[in-house]
Design a protein. Structure first.
Ligand SMILES: [Zn+2]
Ligand SMILES: [Zn+2]
Length: 385
């Protein structure tokens, strides 16, 4: 059964944090063990007051108290353990929606568990383009989670009346049974079937949520995705997860952001890479070309005369925005020199003329021959590296 934390400190339900601290200090002075040696009642009051202050100054714990629960009676298991009803999400064609829940697992506690439990965290995945990762955006996502039941305001009771002590287990939340075995009498303990281990029952369960205090609902929420977000990062949205059993405070929602592949750019941390196909003549004579950047602006990249296959051109600051600091990564344009095939007669004659005038036939480089490297030897060296 839930303890009366307000009553322990003698404060009002609407007490401010200041009033709670003041009431605690007053009790602490009165019941401090140093002033009351050998007084077990005073020691207990001192401990209770400290606990009540801790609970009431914690907004989440206080909310559980206000919903009629006891945050210090959660048992050893995960929050909302097996509360049931909100397991299978995202069934069939829901697009963005495939919220899953962490946690769970049955609490192996003894004694009654609090009817009001904090809610589970939820996880949702969403996909964005590389352009969106560059600029950042506010993205609307649809999420299916347990929300507070409007009909009973989370109390689980149609008339919003307080739960009553379970008469099957006398509020213990568990039933002890003596069983005869060949070893003699064995005492076994199991959760009370009438109150499901809560130690209290709702006499008129809410028709809308069947006493659970929450219902499943689809909501649209807006996620603020920062510029420069990396693939697979999770954005935490406080209290947007699943509302707990009995109307307990909601867990958090995590939105996991995945970036789609881009047809031009490959991302490497804060840097961007792209490959440019440069015709042989342009690589020899030099040229420039223009690309559309992720922010929509054009960028002109110069190819210097004599650019070699496999060279990369670095453009400072033309990469992705850095997520945690100012500034941008760099852009690397990797040059792929394209050699023409299927030459027409005229082009072929022109190239032959150039070849004859250049006198630079393919040759194997020998050690220290001092000659300019041939194209083929360079290729060979490249494979050796
Ligand atoms: Zn309800
Ligand atoms: Zn019971």
């Amino acid at each position: 059964m839930a303890r009366d934390y307000y009553g322990i400190l003698g404060v009002d339900k609407n007490a401010t944090d200041q009033e709670i601290k003041k009431a605690y200090r007053k009790m602490a002075r009165k019941y401090h063990p140093d002033l009351n040696p050998d007084d077990e009642t005073a020691a207990e009051k001192f401990r209770d007051a400290a606990l009540a202050q801790e609970v009431l100054l914690d907004p989440q714990k206080r909310q559980i108290v206000d919903m009629g629960g006891d945050p210090m009676e959660q048992g050893g298991g995960g929050a909302g353990a097996g509360a049931g009803g909100f397991g299978g999400f995202g069934g069939g064609g829901l697009g963005d929606i495939f919220a899953e829940f962490f946690g769970g697992g049955a609490g192996g506690s003894r004694g009654p568990k609090s009817r009001v439990q904090p809610g589970n965290d939820a996880l949702l995945r969403t996909r964005i383009t590389l352009e969106e990762a560059y600029t950042g955006l506010k993205k609307k996502v649809t999420v299916d989670t347990a929300v507070l039941c409007d009909t009973c305001s989370g109390t689980g009771s149609e008339s919003k009346s307080k739960p009553v002590t379970c008469d099957n287990c006398n509020g213990m939340g568990e039933i002890q049974e003596m069983q005869r075995s060949f070893l003699g009498n064995v005492m076994t303990t199991r959760p009370c079937p009438k109150c499901q281990g809560f130690g209290e029952v709702i006499t008129d369960p809410c028709n809308h949520c069947a006493g659970d205090g929450r219902v499943k609902k689809r909501r649209d929420i807006t996620v603020n995705i920062p510029a420069g977000i990396n693939d697979g990062m999770r954005i935490r949205m406080a209290s947007q997860g699943e509302v707990g059993h009995g109307g307990g405070p909601a867990g958090d929602l995590y939105v996991e952001v995945h970036t789609e592949e881009h047809p031009v750019f490959q991302r490497n941390a804060d840097d961007l890479n792209l490959t440019v196909r440069v015709p042989m003549i342009d690589a020899a004579l030099g040229t420039n070309f223009t690309i559309d950047q992720l922010n929509g602006e054009e960028l002109t990249i110069d190819i210097e005369p004599g650019t070699q296959p496999g060279e990369s051109i670095k453009v400072d600051g033309a990469g992705m925005p850095r997520l945690r600091t100012d500034g941008f990564g760099n852009l690397f344009a990797h040059v792929d020199v394209v050699v023409p095939k299927d030459l027409d007669r005229k082009t072929r004659e022109s190239l032959e003329k150039i070849r004859n005038s250049r006198d630079e036939g393919a040759r194997v480089r020998t050690t220290g021959d001092g000659q300019e490297e041939s194209f083929f030897s360079r290729i060979r060296d490249k494979f050796r590296r």
